[in-house]
Design a protein around this ligand. Structure first.
Ligand code: FAD
Length: 575
C-alpha cells in the first residue's frame, strides 16, 4: 500500500501524544492531526494527575501497594461495566507506562496523601496511587512551540498568570502555615524571570496539565513527529474490511491520509455536542456547562468509528464535576475543591442539603442528577457561605476577601457569579431558594460544626474529605459555623471534565464491533473510547492514566510487540 505514514493519530491530548511518541520509538512513522489550532485539548487544561497503582514513586512516598489489591479495587469500582481483561491490562501496564514517561522526560511524583475516591471500597488506598506532574521548564519546549500549546484554565493560575502545582494548591487552599511563603515564592519567581517574559507572557514554569502536555509535546518534537494543526478528521477510509486512513478537512481543503498500519482515534469525548448530549446523557444537559474547551470535543471520532461498525459503550456516563459560570471566560470553571472547606453548604431550591459537599467531584455531579430526578430543584444547586468563609478562602474566581475584598471584585460579577445579602433570608429571596429550608439547614450545619459530626452526610468523616479541609478548624476540618453576615451564594451546574462513553476496545485499545470482533487497523484511546473505569472515578487521574496507558499498549501492539497479560489467574476472581 502506498502510505506516507504507518499510523495516523487523531487528536493531540495526552493519549494521542503517548501513542505517537511510543510508536516512533518502536520504529514506526506516525503523524498527528489536530482539529484545533492549539495543541493539547482538554489534557493541557487539566491538573495532569494520573492514577497509577503500584507506581515507581510509592516507596519514596512511603506507600505500599500490590497488584492484586489494585485489581480488586478497580474491579469493584468498574461494577462489571469494563471487562476483567481490560482492568487487569490497566493495572499491570500503568506502572510500566509511568516509568517510561519518566524515561522520556515526562516526570511525575506520587501524592502520598491524596486518597482514592472510594475509601469505603475494598482495595482502596489512603494515598499514593495518584501522581502529579513535576513542574516543567518551558524553555525545553521553546517559546514558539509554547504559544501553540493550549493554555491552562484561569482556576489553576494565581492572579491569572502564575502557575501552581497540586501540592502548592493544597497548601494555599488549606491555609497551611507556609501558605503565604508559597504564594510569595511563586510570585517572586515569575517577576524575576524577566528574560523569559520578554519573549512570552506565559509562565515558564509549567505545572499540572501544562507540565504533562509541555513535556509530551517536547518529546514529540524531539522525535520530529509531524503534527498538523487545524486538520479535522471527517471519516475513516476502509478497504477490504480494514481501516487504512482518514479523510480530513484542512480549512477549505479536504485531504486524504493513508496509514500502512493503523489509525488511532484519540479525539476526546462528545461534551461539546449538544445533540449527542441530549441523545445519551442524563437530562437536563447543556454543552455550556462543561469545563472542557469550546468546539474541540464534538464526538466526531466516536461517530466516525461508529460509521465503520464500532460498538459504543458507557454513553450515558461522564467524568462529572460541578461547574460555575464566569463572564468572559471561554468555558465554565470546575468547583473541585472549595466546597470541601469549612463554613459552606450546598442546597437545592428547597434550601435542603442533599450531598456531602466534600465528596469527590464525580459523585457530587451524580448526586445533583439523582436529587433532581427524585425531588427536582437541584439543577442548579447553590453553594452558600458566610463572610468568614469569604474572608479566608478562595472560591471560584473570588480570591480570599482578606486579599481581594468585595469592593475590589469586578462589579459585573455581582448577581452573575455570586449573590450577596446581609441576611440569609434576603439571600434566599435573591436566589429563589426557600428561606425557611435554608435557615434550617444552616442551623443544623452549625450544630454539626460544634459536635464535629455531620449526622446527615458524614462530611469530613473520611481521609478523602479531610485532604481539602482546614486543619486549623476543629473538631472537624470540613465543618464550621455559618453565621457572620453578609452571606453569599454561587450557582452550580452539573458539568463535567469530559464524557467517558465511546468506542468499545480490547486490552490493546483495538476497536470492537457489536459482535466483539476486532476492526482491523483501528485503535481508540482516551475519552474517545469507553472507559476502563466503568461508571466510576477510582481516584484523581482516572481519565489521563488510562488514556496514556492504553495508548502505550496500542503502540506496542501495532509495532508487532503486543504486551501479554501476566496475571491471567486473576481473571474472573475477586482479586
Ligand atoms: P483531549 O485532551 O480533550 O484531546 C482531544 C483532542 O482531539 C482535542 O485537542 C480536540 O480538538 C481534538 N479533536 C476533536 N475532534 C477532532 C477531529 N475531528 N479531528 C482531529 N482532532 C480532533 N483528568 C485526569 O485524569 N487528571 C486530572 O488531574 C484532570 N484534571 C482536570 C482538570 C480540569 C480543569 C479539566 C477540565 C479536566 C481534567 N481532567 C483530568 C480530565 C482530562 O483532562 C480529560 O478527561 C482528558 O484530557 C481527555 O483526554 P483526551 O485525549 O481523551 O481528550
Amino acid at each position: 500500500m502506498n502510505a506516507e505514514y504507518d499510523l495516523i493519530v487523531v487528536g493531540s491530548g495526552a493519549g494521542a501524544l503517548v501513542a505517537a511518541i511510543r510508536a516512533a520509538e518502536l520504529g514506526l512513522k506516525p503523524v498527528v492531526i489536530e482539529k484545533a489550532e492549539l495543541v493539547g485539548g482538554t489534557s493541557a487544561t487539566s491538573g495532569g494527575g494520573i492514577w497509577i497503582p503500584c507506581n515507581h514513586d510509592m516507596p519514596r512516598a512511603g506507600v505500599k501497594d500490590d497488584l492484586r489489591t489494585a485489581f480488586r479495587y478497580l474491579k469493584n469500582c468498574a461494577k462489571g461495566l469494563a471487562s476483567d481483561e481490560r482492568v487487569l491490562a490497566y493495572v499491570e501496564t500503568a506502572k510500566n507506562m509511568a516509568r517510561w514517561l519518566d524515561s522520556i522526560g515526562v516526570k511525575y511524583r506520587s501524592m502520598a496523601r491524596y486518597a482514592d475516591y472510594y475509601p469505603h471500597i475494598d482495595g482502596s488506598l489512603p494515598g499514593g496511587r495518584t501522581m502529579d506532574p513535576v513542574d516543567f521548564n518551558a524553555r525545553k519546549l521553546g517559546h514558539e512551540a509554547l504559544e501553540t500549546l493550549r493554555p491552562t484554565c484561569p482556576g489553576q493560575l494565581i492572579f491569572g498568570r502564575m502557575q501552581m502545582n497540586a501540592f502548592e494548591a493544597r497548601t494555599i487552599l488549606a491555609r497551611e502555615r507556609k501558605a503565604k511563603l508559597v504564594i510569595m515564592w511563586i510570585m517572586l519567581r515569575y517577576m524575576i524571570d524577566y528574560p523569559w517574559r520578554k519573549k512570552s507572557n506565559r509562565d515558564r514554569r509549567l505545572c499540572g496539565g501544562q507540565a504533562m502536555m509541555g513535556s509530551l509535546y517536547a518529546a514529540l518534537r524531539r522525535r520530529q513527529v509531524p503534527l498538523m494543526r487545524g486538520t479535522a478528521l471527517r471519516s475513516l477510509l476502509v478497504e477490504d474490511g480494514r481501516v487504512v486512513g482518514v479523510v480530513a478537512q484542512q480549512g477549505e481543503r479536504e485531504i486524504t491520509l493513508r496509514a500502512a498500519k493503523a489509525v488511532v482515534l484519540a479525539a476526546g469525548g462528545f461534551e461539546r455536542n449538544q445533540q449527542m448530549r441530549e441523545q445519551y446523557l442524563p437530562q437536563p444537559t447543556d454543552q455550556t456547562w462543561t469545563a472542557t474547551p469550546p468546539e474541540c470535543n464534538t464526538g466526531d471520532a466516536i461517530r466516525a468509528g461508529q460509521a465503520v461498525g464500532g460498538a459504543l459503550h458507557l454513553m450515558a456516563h461522564s467524568w462529572g464535576a460541578p461547574t460555575l459560570f464566569v463572564p468572559k471566560e471561554e468555558k465554565y470553571r470546575t468547583l473541585f475543591i472549595e466546597r470541601s472547606l469549612p463554613g459552606c453548604l450546598v442546597v437545592n431550591a428547597r434550601g435542603e442539603r442533599f450531598v456531602n459537599e466534600s465528596c469527590p467531584y464525580p459523585e457530587f455531579q451524580q448526586a445533583m442528577y439523582a436529587e433532581h430526578e427524585r425531588m427536582g430543584g437541584a439543577i442548579p444547586a447553590w453553594i452558600v457561605f458566610d463572610a468568614e468563609f469569604r474572608r479566608k478562602y478562595p472560591i471560584g474566581p473570588l480570591a480570599p476577601g482578606e486579599a481581594v475584598p468585595d469592593s475590589r471584585l469586578r462589579k459585573s460579577w455581582l448577581n452573575v457569579v455570586y449573590w450577596k445579602d446581609d441576611t440569609l433570608a434576603g439571600l434566599a429571596a435573591q436566589i429563589g431558594v426557600d428561606a425557611a429550608g435554608l435557615a434550617a439547614s444552616v442551623a443544623k450545619m452549625n450544630d454539626y460544626a460544634k459536635s464535629g459530626v455531620d449526622a446527615d452526610y458524614g462530611r469530613g468523616g473520611n481521609v478523602f474529605d479531610r485532604y481539602y479541609g482546614d486543619d486549623h478548624v476543629q473538631p472537624n476540618p470540613n465543618l464550621a459555623p455559618i453565621g457572620t453576615a453578609p452571606f453569599y451564594a454561587i450557582r452550580l451546574w452539573p458539568g463535567e471534565i469530559g464524557t467517558k462513553g465511546g468506542l468499545l476496545t480490547d486490552i490493546d485499545a483495538r476497536v470492537l464491533d457489536e459482535q466483539g470482533r476486532v476492526i482491523e487497523g483501528l485503535y481508540c484511546v482516551g475519552n474517545n473510547s469507553a472507559s476502563v473505569m466503568g461508571p466510576s472515578y477510582a481516584g484523581a487521574g482516572s481519565t489521563l492514566g488510562p488514556a496514556m496507558t492504553f495508548a502505550w499498549r496500542a503502540a506496542a501492539h501495532m509495532a508487532g510487540q503486543p504486551i501479554a497479560l501476566q496475571h491471567r489467574e486473576l481473571l474472573g476472581t475477586a482479586g
